[in-house]
Every structure is written in structure tokens, then in C-alpha cells.
Ligand binder design. Structure first.
Ligand code: BTN
Length: 232
């Protein structure tokens, strides 16, 4: 595993996308990102104190992998690691977050470069104040009053991801999906999903075998959604 450590960088995802020596499970870690990015080009809080990292994953041509499923597997890795090490009820929020107490503790940004997935994970570890993100973000420090070893968390999450990904390669997607649905933050919530200019409203039923979100609309018809921005 090739590891790149930075005191400061634009974004670990951007570094990995321009990295000329990309291998399977190359890892970039930054103490601070100047242009930390979330989905839809949103800014990601990236001051010192967080686990800001990106790893590469070589696509396996024999199985159907999509960004969406890979992101869910990564979300499950984070949820499992945190639940096991900090005894609290962490949840997976489709498609790319981990939540605790209705606040975001982790965001995941999966991108593609050639035949590699570029999996960027941000975990709010030792952060004391979030500034403009105060209302929506949470950190492990604020939850527990403890400061954590950030690299230990990063390597712990990657080890978890490898275990889950191997299960996925062995054909265990259905079982993993059940486990993800047991931790589905959105279950039974009334939400709307923004897809381009379209807004779809409904009650969340589950994540289906494609890794898509299934909603029950007001007219009781079900609709499955491949991606989008969630609103409450
Ligand atoms: C989101 O919530 O929309 C995804 C946030 C992803 C943040 C991580 S931090 C490490 C990596 N580098 C980035 O610029 N983004 C991801």
C-alpha cells in the first residue's frame, strides 16, 4: 500500500485523480485540505482535526460494481468501525454519509478515474467548532469529549472496507445490503429527493438490490431512485 501524507493539499481526491503512480489501495492522507469537496461541488469542512483521506480501488471487471454500491460499502465500513470503537448508534445515510443524532459525522465522495474508484472519506474526528457547518455536522470529540488518533481511525476504516469488499466479491451483496438496511438512517422518514430540476417526495422504504433508494409516494406507488440530493 503506497501512502502519501500531506500537511496541506487542495483535496486528497484531486491528488489521487492526478497521481501518476496509481495502484490498488494507494492512500492519500491530509491534515488539512484547502479545497475539500463534497458531492454536487459543495465545500467540505477540511481544517485540521479531521480524518481526510482518499484511497484507490482497482475495478474488478468480473462483477457489477457501481459508484453507488462502492459508496455504500465504504459507508458501512465507517459505520462498523465507529459503532465498534465508540459505543453509539451510528447510521448509514443513503447514499454517502454516516450520521449520529441527526447530524453528519462522515461524508464519502466516490469518483472514477480510468479503471480505479477514487474513494474519498472525511470523518469529523477531533473538531471543536465547525463554523458555517455548525448546525449539520458532528465530531467524535464533541460526542465523547475525547481526542482520537486520526491515523488509527483511517487504517481501521480501510481494514474494515477490505473485509466488507472481500465479502462483496464473494457474492455476499444481499447479506451486506440487509445489514446496511438495518442501519438505514432514512428508513420511514418523509423526504424529498432532488434530481436535477425534479423533486420526488415520499416515505423511505429501503435501499434495494441495485443500491437505489425506494420511496413510497403519496399515491402509494413505489419509486426507486439511483442518485440525488436528500431534503427533509
Ligand atoms: C459529501 O458529504 O458530499 C462528501 C464529502 C467527502 C469529503 C472527503 S474528505 C477527503 C476527500 N477529499 C475531498 O475533497 N473530499 C473527500
Amino acid at each position: 500500500m503506497k501512502i502519501y501524507r500531506f500537511d496541506e493539499i487542495d483535496s486528497t481526491n484531486d491528488f489521487m485523480k492526478r497521481n501518476e503512480e496509481l495502484e490498488d489501495f494507494s492512500l492519500a492522507i491530509a491534515e488539512k485540505q484547502i479545497k475539500g469537496r463534497g458531492r454536487f461541488g459543495k465545500k467540505w469542512y477540511s481544517e485540521e482535526g479531521g480524518a481526510w483521506f482518499t484511497f484507490s480501488l482497482k475495478e474488478d471487471k468480473n462483477i457489477r460494481e457501481e459508484n453507488g454500491k462502492i459508496t455504500l460499502l465504504a459507508g458501512k465500513a465507517v459505520e462498523e468501525y465507529l459503532s465498534e470503537n465508540i459505543n453509539m448508534d451510528f447510521k448509514i445515510k443513503w447514499p454517502n454519509d454516516v450520521y449520529i443524532n441527526n447530524k453528519k459525522i462522515c461524508g464519502i465522495l466516490t469518483e472514477k478515474r480510468d479503471d480505479f474508484f477514487i474513494i474519498g472519506i472525511g470523518v469529523n474526528v477531533n473538531i471543536e467548532v465547525f463554523g458555517e457547518f455548525e448546525k449539520t455536522a458532528e465530531s467524535l470529540y464533541r460526542l465523547t469529549g475525547e481526542k482520537y488518533n486520526i491515523e488509527k481511525i483511517i487504517f481501521g476504516i480501510i481494514d474494515r472496507f477490505k473485509i466488507i469488499y472481500n465479502r462483496f466479491l464473494k457474492g455476499e451483496w444481499k447479506i451486506i445490503l440487509n445489514e446496511i438496511n438495518e442501519k438505514n438512517y432514512l428508513e420511514n422518514k418523509e423526504i424529498s429527493v432532488l434530481k436535477g430540476s425534479e423533486e420526488i417526495k415520499g416515505k423511505v422504504l429501503k435501499i434495494n438490490s441495485k443500491g437505489w433508494l425506494v420511496l413510497e409516494k403519496e399515491d402509494k406507488n413505489e419509486i426507486e431512485i439511483d442518485s440525488g440530493e436528500i431534503r427533509f
